[in-house]
Design a protein around this ligand. Structure first.
Ligand SMILES: [Fe+2]
Length: 210
């Protein structure tokens, strides 16, 4: 593996960990979940050998993300250079009403079941959503926390709607159906999944999802 990419990967991961740790100040379920995930993180100064797969083609949404990161270099040091080297995932369920979802939504997991640093019990990564993206009701077995680096979004569960701004955190309990709509500007979040990190997320109403 390219040593430069490995060093960037660790630099960005450390920056993401430090930003995510600010969630300890949020109290309640968010702080408890953040503490749990920080405990699960390996020592980033002594990582076992790992491999970062090269992308076979650039992720479609990089045409939105790369220019945005270039203008916001302070988001996470190293992320602008690293983003183009990563095999991002995007659009896990095809949606007839959002045929360009794969150009407007994507994520990269540093740690997780399929990530360079393996874990079946938690995931830790970065997610991107384009301006105005509507992310319909979806559900997963993992508990989720995200920390907003950029952009604002409205997040809905069955019983509440909150607007989340840069620097803020949000928590979703396992199996809590949630949806979101991006506001102005692209959204970049650090996210964690804990508990059952293997079962995938799905839009509600799709086969296999309530
Ligand atoms: Fe989610």
């Amino acid at each position: 593996m390219d040593e430069r990419v490995r060093e960037l990967f660790i630099k960005v991961l450390k920056g993401a960990r430090d930003r995510y740790a600010l969630g300890l100040d949020w109290g309640g379920d968010t702080a408890a979940e953040v503490a749990k995930v920080l405990d699960l993180l390996p020592n980033l100064d002594h990582l076992p050998p790992f491999d970062i797969r090269k992308p076979s083609a650039p992720a479609p949404f990089l045409k939105h993300l790369s220019p945005f990161l270039a203008e916001h270099d302070d988001l996470l040091p190293g992320l602008t250079e690293l983003a183009v080297e990563l095999p991002w995932s995007y659009a896990y369920s095809k949606k007839k009403d959002e045929p360009l979802l794969h150009e407007r939504l994507g994520w990269y997991e540093f740690i997780g079941p399929q990530a360079p640093i393996k874990s079946r019990t938690f995931g830790f990564g970065i997610a991107f959503a384009a301006e105005g993206l509507s992310y319909d009701s979806h559900i997963h077995a993992a508990a989720e926390v995200f920390c907003v680096l950029a952009g604002e979004g409205e997040y809905r569960t069955g019983d509440s709607t909150v607007v989340v701004l840069p620097g803020e955190f949000c928590y979703f309990a396992p199996y809590k159906v949630h949806s979101s709509t991006r506001g102005k500007g692209p959204g970049v979040n650090i996210y964690s999944w804990s508990g059952d990190a293997v079962s995938v997320s799905g839009f509600t109403g799709f086969p296999g999802f309530p």
